[in-house]
Design a protein around this ligand. Structure first.
Ligand SMILES: Cc1cc2nc3c(=O)[nH]c(=O)nc-3n(C[C@H](O)[C@H](O)[C@H](O)COP(=O)(O)OP(=O)(O)OC[C@H]3O[C@@H](n4cnc5c(N)ncnc54)[C@H](O)[C@@H]3O)c2cc1C
Length: 588
């Protein structure tokens, strides 16, 4: 049974990010601790009461394809209706298009609870929001008027339609064609792996499709974005004929069985009617607007599933009696074995650190979007741009690892499907692949985010962390955390200078160690915010309070058990590339 970590979510939002995190953002003038807590407790109630009981149903039943469409697992359709009736699709969208305009950091915290409870379900509203957001920023007023309100309300859902058999990470290879017809286009092509591309939740599905207008340039500069509805919408807003597109089949896959992953055929007859979004040949740029939001939202999925795995592992470790220890006569619950405690602490500390880094990044995006001072907007946007590939890559890779640890805590029982621990590993696995694999995130971090300003955004963040960690905390335990976090920052600064030098001289050598560098960044950022947390709870008048004591313990576990990994990553980054560059692929 899932229990939303409301105390930690509130701690990060209301304390770790500072007392008035959105001061200076007129759009969020009504944001308050009370508002945040009431949104969180309601989202938790929906996650625990509605989504969690369906998680296993979705895993076992999956979605079913037939000629007439895709039927979702029992209970999913009703849950979606409740999600819409609860007003959840509108949470983040701005008021002018019918949304509630909640800050991203709050929406991200709420999304965590849904992703922990039922990742397969959560993908549908996540993609709808991403599609609506791209339309809001790029589409013509006419297109917005016709489609946006019904996507924001949740009456219709949205998808991201990029991947083709020959075009995955490399979208420049897209072949789907768009042929002009009057003011619209006819779309022809096959897309694969489209999440929630077909389902029985709503009457219409709005596909955001990447295609190439006939005669456009080869590569990424010839790609445009089209809005292609499943059912055509008449001028008066009524639904008209079925468009010429269909779900040909759905994939049988490792996890997220409740989420249909669709092969989609566009234009099997006279072409699917599609509307150009924004300007021709800017499709990839627009898709990146969706992808930035989606990459943050996928990063959170990594630790949301790890949180779920942790809760189940901790419950099991309290009840499973096996073996003895020196403290008590007779057999003991396995939680009393030091190695089991190590695994549980790694899971808890790792998850809390990832949550802190992700919500910090969401907060930077809120400031970048809404702060009244242009200089603050610019600086926070640069910082968020830098952190997004780290959040996506680190939180998903590490989330998968922690879900795997959850199985280990269960022993053989974890390997058996009936227990449910295996589902978390199967579900988490995709998070490091879709929305850009970890390799692609690392290329982005190094090739774009570090290279474009020669490391300035990274070095300025490290300088700020240094300044923050410079002063004593006044508590021995918090000092231990602060010291370790500070040393890790020093290592990252040195390693960043090293990889920048490598990048300038030999790009391939730098890219060879881009993933270890990204992982190092993640662990160092986690250390910084765990040190901040340790300082806050040890200075709290109620430092003996159970939550504060637990937070200090996890912060110490983080620096004792997880942060030492940065030493290994540093070695890999500074010395590992030769061992890759020297090998001829023919030898593998
Ligand atoms: C369950 C599921 C849901 C999905 N949902 C959607 C969706 O809704 N919409 C959509 O459009 N797509 C979706 N996808 C597709 C997904 O985004 C792609 O699978 C992903 O981007 C990777 O592309 P690929 O599978 O073609 O792998 P490839 O691009 O072939 O990559 C294979 C390997 O090569 C590496 N690699 C490739 N290029 C580089 C490079 N330049 N540098 C370093 N390493 C590289 C990758 O990191 C990876 O390890 C989904 C996929 C799955 C499995």
């Amino acid at each position: 049974m899932y229990r939303a970590p409301l105390q930690d979510l509130s701690f990060v939002l209301l304390k770790l990010l500072g007392p008035q995190p959105l001061a200076g953002c007129p759009a969020h003038a009504d944001y308050s601790a009370d508002l945040a807590q009431s949104v969180l407790s309601e989202s938790a109630r929906f996650a625990e009461g509605v989504l969690d009981p369906l998680s296993r149903v979705g895993d076992r039943e999956g979605a079913h394809w037939s000629e007439t469409g895709v039927r979702t697992a029992s209970g999913f359709r009703a849950a979606y209706r409740q999600f819409v009736e609860g007003g959840w699709p509108q949470l983040r969208a701005p008021a002018q298009i019918g949304g509630q305009g909640a800050p991203l950091m709050l929406a991200t915290a709420a999304q965590e609870t849904w992703a922990s409870a039922n990742l397969a379900f959560k993908l549908c509203p996540m993609l709808t929001y991403a599609a609506a957001h791209a339309l809001e920023i790029t589409a013509s007023p006419q297109l917005q008027q016709r489609f946006l309100p019904r996507m924001v309300s949740g009456e219709w859902t949205g998808t991201m339609v990029l991947t083709e058999p020959q075009a995955g990470s490399d979208l420049g290879l897209i072949r789907t064609r768009a042929v002009p017809q009057g003011e619209a286009f006819r779309i022809f092509g096959q897309k694969i792996f489209i999440t929630w591309g077909e389902h029985d939740f709503t009457d219409n599905i709005i596909h955001m499709v990447l295609a190439r207008i006939e005669g456009a340039l080869e590569g990424v500069r010839g790609i445009s974005m089209f809005l292609v509805p499943k059912v055509l919408v008449k001028d008066d807003g009524e639904l008209g004929e079925r468009n010429d597109l269909r779900c040909v089949s759905i994939e049988h896959k490792l996890g997220i069985h409740g989420s249909p992953t669709c092969v989609m055929a566009f234009g099997e007859r006279d072409g699917a009617l599609g509307y150009l979004v924004g300007e021709a040949n800017h499709g990839l740029e627009y898709m990146f607007i969706m992808m930035n939001a989606a990459r943050l939202a996928v990063g959170l999925q990594g630790y949301a599933v790890a949180e779920r795995a942790f809760q189940q592992a901790a419950d099991y470790a309290r009840s499973r009696v096996q073996g003895r220890n020196s403290a008590a006569p007779g057999s003991v619950p396995i939680i009393q074995h030091p190695d089991v405690m190590r695994m549980l602490l790694e899971m808890k500390a790792g998850t809390e650190a990832m949550r802190a880094v992700t919500l910090y990044t969401a907060w930077q995006l809120d400031l970048a979007e809404s702060h009244s001072d242009a200089a603050v907007r610019k600086q926070t946007q640069a910082r968020a741009d830098l952190l997004i590939p780290i959040v996506k890559g680190w939180c998903t890779e590490f989330g998968v690892e922690l879900a795997n640890t959850g199985i280990q805590v269960h022993g053989g029982t974890g390997y058996i499907e009936e227990t449910g621990a295996a589902q978390w590993l199967r579900d988490a696995r995709i998070t490091a692949i879709y929305e850009g694999t970890t390799g692609i995130q690392a290329n982005d971090l190094l090739g774009r985010k570090l290279a474009r300003d020669h490391g300035e955004a990274m070095m300025s963040l490290l300088a700020q962390i240094d300044a923050e960690l410079a002063s004593d905390t006044g508590s021995a335990a918090a000092e231990e955390v602060r010291g370790a976090a500070l040393s890790a920052v020093t290592l990252l600064r040195e390693t960043t200078a090293g990889i920048l030098a490598l990048g300038t001289a030999r790009t391939d050598r730098a890219l060879a160690v881009a993933v270890p560098y990204l992982m190092m960044c993640g662990f160092v950022m986690g250390g910084w915010l765990m040190a901040r947390a340790a300082r806050l709870v040890s200075a709290d008048a109620e430092s003996a309070h159970e939550f504060n004591a637990a937070k200090l313990a996890t912060a110490r576990a983080y620096v004792g058990l997880l942060l030492p990994r940065v030493l290994g990553y540093r070695q890999m980054v500074l010395n590992g590339s030769d061992s890759i560059a020297a090998v001829d692929p023919a030898l593998i």
